[in-house]
Design a protein around this ligand. Structure first.
Ligand SMILES: C[S@@+](CC[C@H](N)C(=O)[O-])C[C@H]1O[C@@H](n2cnc3c(N)ncnc32)[C@H](O)[C@@H]1O
Length: 185
C-alpha cells in the first residue's frame, strides 16, 4: 500500500517527490544512528513522505523532545497525520521546508539540534534548494547536524557552500543505493 501511494505521488509530482519508492529500513537506520536522542530538545524533519525516517525518530525520541515535520505533499501529509495522531510533541506541517524559520517561530523555537531531510535536492529547483539550505544553516545549534541522503554526489558542491564539515557513508541496501551526508556548520 505504502509503495503504491508513493509511486502514484511520484507520477503526479516527479520533481518534488524525487524517488519511486520509500527509503529502505537500512537507509532509515543509517540516517538516525548518530542522533543523540537523550540530549536533543528539538528535531526537524523535511520531506517525510510516507514516514520511513519519521517512524524511527518517533520510536527513539524522548516524549519531551519537540519533533517538527514539514511535508509539502498533501496526500503524504494526510497519511502521516492519521498514522501519528497520538504522538506527544509531534508537530506535522503541510508546507515547504523553505519556510522552516516561520514555522519554528510559531513555537518560539530559534535553533534546533538536528534536521533530518528526505528532500530530493537533485530534482528540486536550485533556488528552492538554496533557500532551504540557507535557513537550515541558520537554525542549526552550534553542534547541530543536518542529515540528508542523496542518490548521487552531484550536489556535494552545493552542500559544501553551506556546511564546513560533511561526513558521508554509502548505503547499498536501498533502491537505488544512496549516500547519507552528515553536515555541520
Ligand atoms: C524522496 S521523497 C523522500 C520520502 C521519505 N523521506 C523517504 O525517504 O522515504 C521526498 C519527499 O520530500 C517532499 N518534499 C519535496 N519538496 C519539499 C519541500 N519544499 N518541503 C517539504 N517537503 C518537500 C516530497 O513531497 C516527498 O515526500
Amino acid at each position: 500500500m505504502e509503495i503504491i501511494n508513493f509511486i502514484k505521488q511520484y507520477i503526479k509530482n516527479p520533481r518534488t517527490v524525487g524517488a519511486i519508492a520509500p527509503s529502505s529500513e537500512k537507509l532509515a537506520y543509517r540516517m538516525v544512528e548518530d542522533i543523540n536522542f537523550l540530549n536533543a530538545t528539538c528535531i526537524v524533519e523535511y520531506g517525510p513522505g510516507t514516514g520511513a525516517f519519521t517512524e524511527k525518530i518517533l520510536n527513539k525520541k524522548k516524549n519531551s523532545t519537540i519533533f517538527i515535520v514539514i511535508e509539502y505533499n498533501i496526500e503524504f501529509y494526510q497519511i502521516l497525520k492519521e498514522e501519528f495522531k497520538d504522538e506527544p510533541n509531534f508537530i506535522l506541517i503541510n508546507g515547504s521546508a523553505e519556510n522552516v524559520k516561520e514555522y519554528l517561530s510559531k513555537y518560539n523555537i530559534d535553533k534546533v539540534d538536528y534536521i533530518v531531510s528526505g528532500l530530493p535536492f537533485a530534482s528540486l529547483p536550485e533556488d528552492m534548494s538554496k533557500r532551504i539550505l540557507s535557513s537550515t544553516k541558520e537554525i542549526l545549534k552550534y553542534k547541530g547536524e543536518f542529515i540528508t541522503f542523496q542518490y548521487s554526489l552531484f550536489k556535494m558542491k552545493l552542500f559544501k557552500t553551506y556546511f564546513g564539515k560533511i561526513k558521508r557513508k554509502k548505503v547499498h541496501l536501498n533502491l537505488p543505493p544512496a549516500y547519507v551526508l552528515k553536515c555541520k556548520n
